[in-house]
Every structure is written in structure tokens, then in C-alpha cells.
Design a protein around this ligand. Sequence first.
Ligand SMILES: [Zn+2]
Length: 275
Amino acid sequence: MPELPEVETYRRFLHELVVAQTITALEVHDAHVLAVDEDTLRQAVVGRTVRDTGRLGKNCFLLLDDGRVLVLHFGMTGDVGAYRDPADRPRFTRVTLYLDSGLRVAFIDPRKFGRIRLADSIETYQQAKKLGPDALDISPEQLQQKLQRRKVAVKPLLLDQSITAGLGNWIVDEVLFQAGIHPERLAHTLQADEYQALHGAIQHVLGTAIRHEATYRHFPADFLIHARQWDDSATPGTDAHRFCPRHANTEIVKSYVGGRATYVCPVCQPAPTLA
Ligand SMILES: [Zn+2]
């Protein structure tokens, strides 16, 4: 699933191609991915120049010269591509934007859970979707302020897009591992230094993922992600990938927190003591 690091990588790719370009045509190959009427979308974008790109959480924006915004959400399997010759159109392209450079931008989505929308501005879209500040932009003070009174496990709060936008399941596990915080710690029990560590880990994990263009096998060896990609049918204790990257003899524990698969090192992330 395209998470914040993938979407930021797509945005950077698009930015190079579309900024200062005029959209000369719109071709819809499969209207499934449109959350707006096709003719309305065509009238809104054709003839417009793309002034800039943006991103909020897992949403990518093309900012048009009349102030409106084309919103791309990539669902489960969304991707972007570019081509010139119609014969080179990527497989599963659902929508194509024609640019005056002669390049064509493809919105690719095999499973068609992605969506293309129109918004009057990023702010109106953010309000309508109840999205908090982007996870890369939220300040340590904002993060602590939003969490410190909540008597709720910290993991589901970090997944809540209205608190901060863009943190998905594996990213939250990685952030909590890097910060040394157990996912079931209640947010109101976290100390100031733990909030600092949490904020630092969000920056570190997202920054690392974007730097590696979301190619997970290139992530540093001390990342939990190398331990979570095991085959669930493997025999416990036999697969080296099941062990903590920092404690070679400690097995990573899989559980469910808030209904989501969760991976924890019991040494790096001490379980909360029951009051
Ligand atoms: Zn550990």
C-alpha cells in the first residue's frame, strides 16, 4: 500500500514533469477511480497550468493556476508513470493527463481503490477529510499537545489521521520501536522525553524511507521492518529475521493492537506495567 514515503516519492516525480505545464487533454480509461464526474473533471483541468505540487499525508496535490486542486489518492496499489508514445502507456493506466510538453502522465492502479478528486483548496480538502497536520510537519509541541491527555494506547492514536496525517501501520510500529515505546503505552503516561523521542523517530523513519524512495530492503539494518516481513508459517526460533535487529537473541513478538498486526521487541519496548 502506498504510504507517505511512496506518495512523497510520486509527488517528487510528478513535480519535475508537471509544474509550469498546461494540461491539454484528459483521457479516462476507467472511470472507477474518479470521485468526480468525468466531464466536470475535464472542464476543470483542461487548459489549466499546474502551478505547484503538494502532499498531505497520503494525498498528493496538483495545484492548478485558478486555485483549484487535483487530489490524487493511491488506495492500495496506485502509482504514477509517464510516457510519450501511446504504445508505451503503462498497464493498468486508469487516467492520462496530456501535457503541452508532449509528455503524458499516467495514474496507474491495478486494483482501482485509488481516487482522483477536485478540491477548491488544500485547506477545504483537509477540513472535509478531517486530516491533521502532515506527519513530517507536525511539531514536537503539537504532537504532545494532541496526545498527552488521551488515556488511550499510543499506537491507534498515531494511526488516527485526524491527529497527524500519513502514518500507516508498519510506519507506526517502526516509529515506536525506534523511540523505545511499547504500542500499548497509554498516551497520557508518556513523559516529556518520550514525546521528544517519538517526534524524533517519526522524522527519522519517514526521512529514511523517503531518502531510500521507499525501497525497504535498503533501509538501515537496525530497522524493525526487516524483522516484520517474515512468513507467518515459519517455525518460531528458526528464522533469523524474527530477531530484534538490536538484540540478536530476542525474538520479535507479534500481537494485535487496536485490531492491527503489531511487532514489538520486548527488550527495546518494555510493556506497560498495570496500575
Ligand atoms: Zn530489541
